[in-house]
Structures are given as C-alpha cells and as structure tokens.
Design a protein around this ligand. Structure first.
Ligand SMILES: C[S@@+](CC[C@H](N)C(=O)[O-])C[C@H]1O[C@@H](n2cnc3c(N)ncnc32)[C@H](O)[C@@H]1O
Length: 353
C-alpha cells in the first residue's frame, strides 16, 4: 500500500477524532493518539478500500476484547467496567493491537461494520401505532439478526410517565410534540399475526461470532446501547423469528407471499434503503406500488432523506440528514404517504411532525 494511502488513513483517524469528541470520547482520544501509528497502517495493509475506516479498526479491537474481557485494555471501556480508567488509553490500545495483530488484520481484510439497532423498534412501533387496528403480517426488510421483528415483545418508556409493554428489553424513547390525547409512541402493542425478515446478509442467531461482531460494532461510550443490544440478543435466542436471505427488491413478492393469512402486510425498512443505489431505490418503490395495486399494504420507513431520494417526504424535509419516520399505504390500489416524525437514528427520541 502506498504512503499516499497511509496518509489518507491518518487523515481519516484525525477526522474521526474530531467528529467523535463529544459523543464518543474514548474512541476520540484513541483515534487522535494512533492516527500516525505505523502499526495501525500495517494492520490495514490487506484491507480493501471500503474497509479502511477507523470504525472498522475499533470494531475489530472491540471484538477481540469481548472475546477476552480480562485484558487490561478493557479497564478503559465504559461498557465493560463500572468505573473506567480515566488515564491515557493509547499505549494499552496499541499494545493490544500488537498482541492480536494477526486476528485484527484478518478482521480488517474481511469484514466491515454491521449493525442491528434494537432502538429502532421504538420508531417502528410509532409507525404501527398510526395504522388501523387488526392483525399485521410484519415483513422487515434488511432485518439483519431479526431483532426489530420482536417489537411486540419489548417494553417502551418515554421518560415522561408513558409506558407500554413488559419485557427484559426496555427502550427509552423521549417523545416530543404530538396530541395530548395520544401520549407516547402508540396506544398499544401491535398484534403480529405472522413475521419474517429478509436480508441480503442475514445474521444467524446460532452464530456466536457474528453476534459478537454486532456487539463489537457498538461504540463503548454508548454503554446503554451496548447493554440493551445484549439483552435483545438474549431475547432473540428464544423468539420464533426467521430471517431469510434475499434481495429487498427481487425477493419482496415471494417474502410477502410467505406471510399470507397473517394479517394486513406491513413492510418495514429502517436504515436499509441507503444501501441501495438510486436505480434500485426506484425499483423498490415500483415493486411496492405493483404489489400495493393488487392488495392492501403498508410500508413503514425510518430512513434519512439525504441518502434515500425516493422517500415521499414534504419539501421541508427533502434532503434532511435526520431520520424521518413515515408510512406509505395502499388501499384499494390508492397510495397515501404520511411523514410522521423526525427521529434519532437509534430511536432515543422522536418528534412528531
Ligand atoms: C444498517 S443495517 C440495518 C439493519 C436493521 N434494519 C436495523 O435498523 O438495525 C442494513 C441492513 O440492510 C441489509 N441490506 C443491504 N442491502 C440489502 C438488499 N439489497 N436487500 C436486502 N437487505 C439488504 C444489510 O445486510 C444490513 O443487514
């Protein structure tokens, strides 16, 4: 790899340190301290361009650390110890990298960060809450490990007295605005008559290494996010949820066909359509419209308009970098679109529009 490539890597770590200073101070400090490290450049030596990002190194190291939580580096991680060491984490981070260089290099060459954000269930719940009552057949596209297919088995709080559900997995989502007679996210949990996930690269719940990678990709400074993901994975082990491999557009009709009889089909996408190039996003909407013209259908979306140009958002939200929650419905072949809320990308707050 050229020195120009190493310089780009250094710049990426410097930029990452600046961008994360407030919300991820541990990674920010480490990133600043290792930006010019020859060891870091060496670890990335076999990594393809798409994998040469700081978050990938942090995930690879976190993954090793989750496999051996007794390592001294764990003392600096707020998600792994109750009282993290406030000292300089950089020497310990580099020592850990040197000790696990082969594993970390292999991870960088073969993986990119992957997520399944359980907090988005709060957003999807808010979407379900705006649909007519009655059983739903839930198809989650880009379902990853299928965590958001358990949204009727979670508990929700808005931090302001509103609560819904009983579960080991409790999602806190503060709710702004809305109507006084409709507090919180939804009046009740949806009745799910059938459920299925579809993903280009599903995560097998029996694959311990893949699940650990999901956890490793959460930043340690977001300890609550890490712990609720752990709890959701635990719940998922006993949940009757299936995620099949397939493409969002090409395999949509067949996946919906498998849910026949479960209720009105509700298709959900959360931070998925941004992975589709523009022409595939257009194909996605065309396929939904084709299916919606033949049978009633709802699509709940939680996506960012700046990355998903086909979202039916009002002009004021077009190009927004924020996550926008909305519902598109087909009834008797007629389509209606509703933008419902601006949201935190991980579901920590929702502001009705
Ligand atoms: C950022 S993750 C979001 C996962 C989940 N929806 C959530 O909110 O946590 C994006 C997911 O979309 C999947 N994906 C990307 N392109 C896809 C496609 N063409 N068809 C189906 N799934 C796709 C990826 O494999 C990944 O699991």
């Amino acid at each position: 790899m050229s020195s120009a490539s190493d310089a780009r890597l250094t710049a990426a770590f410097v930029g990452f340190a600046a961008a994360t200073r407030r919300r991820a101070p541990l990674y920010s400090r480490i990133s600043a301290g290792i930006a010019e490290s020859p060891l870091v450049a060496e670890l990335f030596r076999e990594a393809p361009q798409v994998a040469r990002v700081p978050a990938n190194l942090f995930a690879a190291v976190h993954d090793r650390l989750l496999a051996d939580r007794s390592a001294r580096l764990a003392d600096f991680y707020p998600n792994l110890v109750a009282d993290p060491d406030p000292g300089d984490p950089v020497p310990e981070f580099l020592a850990f990298c040197a000790a696990h260089a082969a594993d970390i290099g292999r991870s960088l060459a073969n993986r990119v960060p992957q997520t399944n954000e359980i907090g988005r269930s709060a957003l999807l719940l808010a979407g379900f809450g705006r649909l007519e009552p009655g059983p739903k057949a839930h198809l989650d596209i880009g379902a990853s490990a299928g965590l958001n297919l358990m949204l009727d088995r979670l508990a929700y709080r808005d931090g302001n007295g509103w609560e819904l559900g009983r579960s080991e997995v409790v999602l806190e989502c503060s709710v702004r605005g809305g109507e006084p007679d409709r507090p919180g996210l939804a009046a009740g949990l949806p009745v799910i008559g059938a459920r299925l996930g579809l993903d280009a690269n599903p995560i097998d719940i029996a694959d311990a290494a893949a699940l650990r990678w999901l956890e490793a990709c959460v930043w340690p400074d977001q300890a609550d996010r890490f712990h609720r993901l752990e709890a959701a994975i635990e719940l998922r082990r006993s949940a009757p949820v299936e995620v099949v491999q397939g493409d969002a557009v090409d395999d949509l009709a067949a996946a919906l066909g498998r849910l026949a009889g479960g209720g009105v089909p509700v298709v959900t996408t959360s931070w998925v359509l941004c992975y589709l190039p523009a022409e595939r996003q257009a194909a996605w909407v065309a396929e939904l419209a084709r299916l919606g013209s033949a049978a009633d259908l709802d699509w709940i979306w939680a996506e960012a308009p700046d990355q998903v140009g086909i979202l039916p958002v009002p002009e004021s939200l077009a190009g927004s970098v924020h996550t926008v929650l909305g519902v598109s419905s087909w009834r008797d072949g007629v389509r209606t679109d509703r933008a419902l809320a601006l949201c935190h990308p991980h579901g920590y707050w929702l502001s009705w529009v």
